[in-house]
Design a protein around this ligand. Sequence first.
Ligand code: PMP
Length: 353
Amino acid sequence: MTARIRTDLDAIPAYVPGRNFPGAIKLASNETTQGPLPGVREKIAESVSTVNRYPDIRATALVDAVAAHVKVGPANVAVGNGSVALCQEVVQIMCSPGDEVVYAWRSFEAYPIIARVAGATPVEVPLNEDHVHDLDAMLAAITERTRVVFVCNPNNPSGTVVARSALERFLDAVPAHVLVVLDEAYFEYARENPEGEYTDGVELARDRRNVLVLRTFSKAYGLAGLRVGYAIGDPAVITAMSKVRIAFAVSSVAQQAALASLEAKDELLARTDTLVAERERIRSALIELGYDVAHSEANFVFLPLGTLSGPYTEAAAEAGILLRAYGNDGVRITIGDPHENDTFLKYAATAAH
Ligand code: PMP
């Protein structure tokens, strides 16, 4: 007889990663195409010689470096095993069974899984017709049971952002006991909107104790395989998160690589300018081809293809290009290297859409 596993887990899907096969053009996982910078590689190689020792459980040097980077105190910073682990910690410290977690849909696939594993109730608020968070509807969805609201900005998979002024109004209206998590995994790819507005969650969190910002070393900093993310927020929230964190969650190699990446941030962030230019090129080309393309401030674009999403993605895979379909909502395409994007554009020109 199998051990008696929680039966409610039967209804919870496992997280589905982007597909992969040898030789494929992989535009399915929002990864950076370039490997680590030489200096970061060296640090990784050096740190391997001490892996017989446990890492610094508090990741002191990395916490201090992140704090200096975003101009907050070290007590405002937590680092975790990727920002997805920090999402889980947040729900664990905030929610008891039956409490509600509000987020937009579609958004990051991990939110419903994390909420349900904690026994919390997911409350999904549809994106508006421009695939942007409907902050008024999200505000209206907050009840006495709401403990956490995730705002994914830029949103995965639509790529859209909420304007700073709208977000500020929303944050001012959310009850102070509800924690708003600004998931900024793609922050480094966002640029000013036409009104000159730019949304930096850390600035919004400075004088709001119920706002927590999540960022990651997995995207612009290119360390997805090493698993490091960070949270910025109220010291009481940061301390509570450390209580539920798996001990030694961030390996010594990951801590060293993240530190070295922060030191090389100018060079790494310069790469995002190249990506943004490429994103705009791809988006314009797709619009030219007659596609509806959501406005993206991330390292991917979203095509709301409805029921064509599945067949479109299947046919792309047969052509050696891996994309990510989201049910009957749309397809997300990560911006890759120019030659990879060109191969995708060739496919896009001929595929039914
Ligand atoms: N948040 C969002 C919105 C994401 O898209 C991702 C990665 N797909 C994450 C968090 C998690 O990233 P990581 O755990 O690698 O930091």
